[in-house]
Design a binder for this molecule. Structure first.
Ligand code: SER
Length: 315
């Protein structure tokens, strides 16, 4: 039987590019995009779109039935910064949507589920350098708590009901097509926009605040490779890594193209979130179990980001 895919939260930063890539692979008609709001033109014009609130189980169920959906990618979530402002809404969205999809998978309607976890599941008591796959996890943010609880729910449904649910722990994701919304790692996207628009950037994280990061193409590759891999036996949510850098280091990489680029630092409340997260991630289990390997480092990402954003701003 052919796979028919539903992407919930298709208009977000990762959802947009994931949907476009899935349409390339599985065919336009076989990948249904959905969100509570409309997305960018490319997404809206290349296939079917349905308005769905991911906290509404009946709405998801109706669309699954309508298109005979076999796989769901649940990309709707409230990220770390916004979740601190609206803890109850973040919990309802992040947990409610996941439980809806897990229940539909338990009922056997959906055969496979992807759900993103995050480096935010780690906390101040976690080893910060080369954070292992299995380690202390005591997140202190609402977002991190919801992601860790989500991982446990996924494990519960997998063990108890044999649901095939898979997940990766995304680091900060950097991309140019769709802007991220409300994350602590968003500075690493804003900095490229500001480099082109103003040749200057004021960073809300301090000069030496190191975080794990990944270029979008690698995040999409990890997601789809893992979904296409033989069902893993050992873990359902894997550490993945590509690079780690500080605001000073990303600024230096931009200066190779814009020598006069100026960065200043005015850390705000987001610094406290960053301080509880890992500096770098050990992703050896993903490399061993399903051949994960990133293709972008900081230099290649900076070149790609600046080239694409320049074209976008000129158009
Ligand atoms: N990019 C996310 C955030 O900053 C982390 O997963 O909230």
């Amino acid at each position: 039987m052919k796979d028919t895919i539903l992407v919930l939260g298709a208009c977000g930063q990762i959802g947009t590019e994931l949907t476009l890539k899935l349409r390339d692979i599985y065919g336009k008609k076989n990948v249904i995009a959905s969100d509570i709001k409309e997305g960018n033109a490319e997404l809206m014009e290349t296939g079917i779109f349905e308005f769905i609130d991911a906290t509404d189980k009946n709405a998801i169920s109706a669309i699954i039935e309508k298109y005979k959906v076999t796989e769901v990618y649940l990309m709707a979530a409230m990220l770390s910064v916004v979740a601190e402002k609206f803890p109850d809404k973040a919990w309802n969205l992040n947990m409610g949507s996941l439980l809806n999809v897990l229940e539909l998978a338990k009922e056997g309607v959906v055969k496979k589920v992807f759900w993103p976890s995050s480096i935010a599941i780690f906390g101040p008591t976690t080893p910060r350098k080369l954070t292992p796959q299995t380690t202390v996890m005591e997140p202190t943010t609402v977002y991190g708590i919801s992601k860790l609880a989500g991982e446990r729910w996924c494990a519960y449904y997998k063990n108890k009901y044999k649901v095939d649910v898979r997940s990766v722990r995304y680091p900060g994701i950097i991309s140019w097509k769709t802007k991220p919304g409300g994350g602590t790692t968003d500075y690493a996207v804003e900095i490229y926009h500001e480099a082109i628009a103003n040749n200057a950037y004021s960073s809300f994280l301090s000069e030496n605040s190191r975080l794990p990061m990944m270029y979008m193409d690698d995040a999409i590759k990890a997601t789809i490779d893992f979904m296409q891999a033989t069902e893993p036996k050992e873990y359902l949510s894997y550490n993945i890594a590509a690079m780690d850098f500080t605001p000073a280091e990303i600024a230096d990489s931009i200066k190779k193209y814009y020598p006069d680029f100026k960065i200043t630092y005015s850390p705000d409340f987001r610094q406290q979130i960053a301080d509880t997260w890992p500096e770098s991630i050990d992703d050896s289990k993903a490399r061993e179990d399903w051949d994960w390997k990133p293709t972008f480092n900081l230099a290649k990402m900076t070149q790609t980001m600046l080239k694409n954003l320049k074209e976008m701003y000129i158009m």
